[in-house]
Write a protein that binds this ligand. Sequence first.
Ligand code: CP
Length: 312
Amino acid sequence: MPEQAHRLSSKHLLGIKDLNTKDIELILETADTFKDVINRPIKKVPSLRDITIANIFFENSTRTKLSFELAQKRLSADVINFAASSSSVSKGETLIDTVNNILSMKVDMVVMRHPYAGAGVFLSKHINAQIVNAGDGAHEHPTQALLDAFSIKEKYGDVAGKKVVIVGDILHSRVALSNILCLQKLGAEVKVCGPTTLIPKYIHTLGVKVEHNLRKALNWCDVANMLRIQLERQDIKYFPSLREYSMMYGLNKQILDSLDKEITIMHPGPINRGVEITSDVADSKQSIILDQVENGVAVRMAVLYLLASQKQ
Ligand code: CP
């Protein structure tokens, strides 16, 4: 690995808000090196040979969980996996007791997904291990934002100056907040687009403009990040029906082809095909959705490597 000119300014990765621009640039540069590594015939390096990492997931995940596990294995870490649904949490064990029991098995780092905002911050105040937030409620999903920024940089050469619109359920999205903070720190301009009921009232305090008209938003941007409607986090009805939402804010090929310029389509997954995006858009040559997934492994390798380097 290259000589580290800069170390991360935080012991944990709890949110993009704790990272400065230099931290983010260091993670993206390190991820570049790891992307080369995972495309070699021998995809493994010994960097985290002496490190044990616990992936503890209190919420379902496909991409993030597998991507972290693969990143850890590519770095030669020892890995244990914990899913709340099949654990003693169902018998009433608390978060701190659960994690302290895992840590007593000599674990160095915890990667945690939790349905409650601030769960990672709470845990960091009660345990000694380093913590990586793999998504906490509707708050932050820092590694998703980092891999999204990496994917934009890979596509355009730079994030600075790019116009990115995030479309959909901004109110319940941890991806939206982390993306806004990350892209702005890298010099991109960010707008959000969606129905008024799904845009948080505080959005203007983040320096983000709101565009309610999908076509106008798409004609403005270089990149559109299409978000899923998070029905599991909605306790009341925010729009009349999914069909009406899709008519107003769903991206289909007809709209895409009618725009003034060719834009790039992103989606953090999981996709609800036919709701926020049609299959012919998700699978089009303008879509970099699977590149995002591929880049997630390299970015997570970079995060784990840089956090582990702080202990040396
Ligand atoms: N993007 C994302 O967080 O996907 P998963 O919920 O499948 O991990």
